[in-house]
Design a protein around this ligand. Structure first.
Ligand code: SAJ
Length: 419
């Protein structure tokens, strides 16, 4: 059983940035996979072999898996030998985790479960969530021995296997990253690991569910704290009239120092969210983690204030804002600090023309739509016409604009792409 490799039918609940690549990788390795999603647009697109978002190497794998008949889509929960839950875990206004999507998935899976089935939670979750999944299923299926009650000999194997892939490199990291698999019992971990053995070339590390949940939160909090350090440095160097990129470049020559890059803030669906789950779990102790969140959340306001101050020195300025996505070379705009910065500037300077450009964004995001002074234009035009150029995302396409056409303009490069 220890080195078992899963074979059977598998359902993936939530076909987003993690669910779709996971389902596809399993399908291309011979597993019969059904993807479930509440969004009919996503269901229809994937059914046609299309990928609803941009991720290198994903589209060709999805169309192949669908064409081979290995990956199909449904809105109804099927009977399967294993279920992977990959739904979002947003946070509530008080920064506690909103587990409603996970609970809904567990409730849909419960009636379909047969003894021997495996349920894996991949969604990032506070410690104790995997146990809740087992409880929610147990409430609907009192006929089944669930692992939170019967430990070693359950009917259903429940485990947590957090996703750790980096957007932009998902299809590589999905295969090469080590995986942490935390079971509600040892058997649960061993059974769940058999799924990841189908495609993972990394090490599969078995542990308990709560440690796996916490390890995932720690990974993202670690990155958040380190980015906050870089963002704080950028404020300090600015006040001391030093070049932050030069200071970091020099400090990083030390063999044990690796300062990350400052930016306009921290975005995406994970790093700005997950550390709050640690703060909520241990509010008294998590002082540094909370402060890091506050430092990173403050950065868009600082950038906007700087640009607003620069603009007020002009009689009738125009501003080019380059980049809207949450980071470079992806089309994902969730929690994007760039959007927040643009919105703050547009609201503070309603009479100023603001040109926005992003090769990955075809229409203005909802938050920005209400600003009459905002226009989406191509980067060349924005740079040519602007008095102030604000670089918010270091997309490859913007790097070539480095020395061209900037003469006499105010440049604010938040990412150091032109440093
Ligand atoms: N950022 C900086 N400076 C840096 C690095 C990043 O300002 O030096 C910003 C980015 O621009 C972006 C944000 O931080 O706005 C997050 O970007 P990221 O590339 O650090 O991370 P994500 O959100 O794309 O993916 C992270 C990864 N976690 C870690 O690296 C610990 C990934 O492995 C996780 O799977 C993912 O979160 C997730 O889904 O949890």
């Amino acid at each position: 059983m220890l080195n078992e490799v899963f074979s059977g039918q598998l359902a993936v609940v939530g076909m987003g940035y993690i669910g779709l690549p996971t389902a596809t990788v399993l399908a291309t390795r011979g597993i019969q996979v059904v993807g479930i999603d509440v969004n009919s647009r996503i269901v229809e697109a994937i059914s046609r072999g299309e990928t609803p978002f941009i991720e290198p190497d994903l589209a060709v794998a999805v169309s192949g898996a669908v064409a081979m008949g290995r990956l199909s889509m449904s809105r109804e929960m099927p009977e399967a030998d294993a279920y992977i839950i990959a739904v979002p875990t947003p946070f509530n206004a008080d920064h506690t985790a909103d587990l409603s999507f996970i609970q809904a998935a567990a409730k849909q899976i419960a009636p379909k479960l047969r003894p021997g089935a495996i349920v894996v939670l991949e969604s990032t979750s506070p410690p104790g969530t995997t146990e809740k999944v087992s409880r929610w299923i147990g409430e609907i299926r009192p006929d089944l021995r669930m692992p939170h009650v019967s430990g070693a000999t359950p009917d259903i194997y429940v485990a947590h296997c957090p996703e750790r892939v980096l957007p932009g490199k998902i299809m590589i990291e999905m295969i090469t990253n080590n995986r942490v698999v935390g079971g509600l019992s040892t058997d649960c971990a061993i059974k769940a690991a058999s799924i990841y053995r189908v495609f993972s070339q990394g090490e599969i590390l078995l542990t308990d569910a709560a440690s796996a949940e916490m390890a995932k939160l720690v990974e993202n909090a670690y990155r958040d704290v380190n980015i906050a350090f870089a963002n704080e440095l950028s404020l300090i160097t600015e006040s001391l009239r030093l070049d932050v990129w030069e200071v970091i470049r020099l400090a990083n020559q030390h063999p044990r120092v690796n300062v990350l890059s400052p930016g306009p803030g921290v975005g995406g669906h994970c790093i700005p969210v997950d550390p709050w789950f640690i703060v909520a779990a241990a509010p008294e102790q998590a002082r540094l983690i909370r402060t890091a969140r506050e430092v990173n959340d403050h950065k868009p306001h600082h950038v906007a204030d700087q640009v607003i101050a620069k603009a007020r020195r002009f009689v009738s300025p125009s501003i080019a804002c380059l980049g809207l996505t949450f980071k470079a070379n992806v089309d994902d705009i969730r929690e994007s600090p760039a959007i927040e910065v643009v919105n703050l500037i547009a609201k503070a300077l309603p009479e100023v023309e603001i040109m926005v450009s992003d090769p990955y964004v075809e229409e203005l995001p909802e938050l920005l739509n209400s600003n009459a002074n905002l226009n989406l234009v191509n980067a060349g035009e924005a740079v040519d016409r602007a008095d102030i150029i604000l670089l918010l995302v270091e997309h490859e396409a913007f790097k070539s604009l480095r020395h061209t056409r900037h003469n006499g303009k105010v440049i604010y490069d938040t990412r150091g792409a032109w440093a």
